[in-house]
Design a protein around this ligand. Structure first.
Ligand SMILES: Cc1cc2nc3c(=O)[nH]c(=O)nc-3n(C[C@H](O)[C@H](O)[C@H](O)COP(=O)(O)O)c2cc1C
Length: 352
């Protein structure tokens, strides 16, 4: 097995490792640059950032590295929810707001404007733009290519791999059910797109000829080697980077990850879209009304004040503690050191 392949050459990276984009504060410019400087592909999660903030973060990344990196966005329209549905969902959060002693105002914005974010990415010209939660329009993919930007689409089902291939994407991320954070499903039901990571890689390779980046539950170089052995050309790790020194998540979340037993749960109660994380008190309370939770990004915006207050107080009971199934094997260290350890394990596993 060799570490050098079509994808690593295309991306201009020396290791077949991608530091996952992670909305929620983890992917600081320091983390992205450290990952890229260590030979992996660093990724900035841009979905929750305004176009101007994306530009500022990219300028900070570029001050720290001249290596390739990715910017990731959620492909999502701005919703127009029914006001009464919003009001009911907001009322259901009142006891939690009271318990935390906060009186937040109803959010004025449900999500960042995707099309404006995309314009900013086109202007910034990162080496790679990656997308989840949906698929681009053909003209958007064409404009990215015209700007010399590689296009990577996240998939949770082989049908989605076919869709990105038909669009002309350069690679796909095969997001297995073990993955931490939100499910990227955009065709069919999330419940029908919960493939084991290795099974999804194989199923995508069966239907699509483009390079596959495997994601979900990988915490060490041996796991990377196993997925390369079945045909993945790189492996994307998220949870493993959450407790790096450079990760920007709050201390209470880091501590909860370090103490985690390994139990994780898929829930749509926090955001309106299925996501995997550590079970906690807020998850249990919010799940009582899971069936009536408004769709993403509405519930996500509605629970924003709650999660921000919990982060400020260091209260892990009210945070959304996103984590993948491999969380019990998390190792706190610098990102550069983590990538060196991953590379050494990969070599030991016969991957170099
Ligand atoms: C905290 C967190 C936030 C995430 N945010 C994003 C995101 O913004 N965009 C995205 O494409 N994937 C996101 N993901 C999913 C990752 O890209 C990747 O699929 C996942 O981390 C892989 O599984 P692992 O966490 O077990 O390594 C997120 C994952 C986590 C844990």
């Amino acid at each position: 097995m060799t570490l050098d392949n079509t994808l690593t050459q295309l991306l201009g990276i020396s290791l077949p490792i991608v530091q996952a984009p992670m909305a929620g504060g983890a992917t600081t410019p320091a983390l992205v640059a450290a990952a890229s400087n260590a030979g992996a592909l660093g990724s900035l999660a841009g979905s929750a950032l305004s176009p101007q903030t994306i530009a500022e973060r990219v300028s900070s990344i570029r001050a720290l590295t001249d290596r390739p990196f990715a910017i990731n966005l959620f492909v999502q329209p701005i919703p127009s929810p029914d006001p009464s549905e919003v009001e009911q969902a907001w009322q259901r959060l009142a006891p939690l707001h009271e318990e935390l002693g906060i009186t937040p105002e109803l959010p004025r914005q449900w999500c960042q404007p995707f099309e404006e974010q995309l314009e900013t990415v086109l202007e910034l010209r990162p080496a790679v733009a990656s997308f989840t939660f949906g698929i681009l329009e053909p003209h958007q993919c064409q404009r990215l290519h015209d700007a010399g930007i590689l296009v990577v689409g996240n998939v949770t089902h082989p049908q989605e791999a076919e869709a990105w291939q038909a669009l002309g994407a350069d690679a796909i991320v095969a997001q297995g059910a073990q993955a931490g954070g939100h499910r990227g499903t955009f065709i069919g039901r999330c419940e029908d797109a919960l493939f084991d990571t290795a099974e999804l890689v194989e199923a995508c390779l069966d239907v699509a000829a483009l390079p596959v980046i495997a994601a979900g539950g990988v915490m060490d170089g041996y796991g990377i080697a196993a997925l390369l052995a079945i045909g993945a050309q790189a492996v994307q790790l998220g949870t493993a980077f959450l407790t790096t020194t450079e990760s920007g998540i709050c201390d209470a979340w880091k501590q909860a990850l370090l103490e985690a037993s390994g139990e994780t749960q898929l829930t749509r109660a926090f955001s309106g879209r299925f996501a995997r994380g550590l079970p906690n008190r807020a998850m249990r309370i919010l799940e009582k009304n899971e069936a009536s939770v408004p769709a993403y990004p509405i519930q996500n915006a509605l629970t924003g004040a709650l999660r921000a207050a919990a982060a400020q107080r260091g209260d892990a009971d009210f945070l959304s503690l996103w984590a993948g199934k491999g969380v019990a094997r998390i190792r706190p260290m610098d990102a550069e050191e983590l990538i060196a350890v991953l590379a050494a394990e990969l070599e030991q596993a016969g991957g170099a």
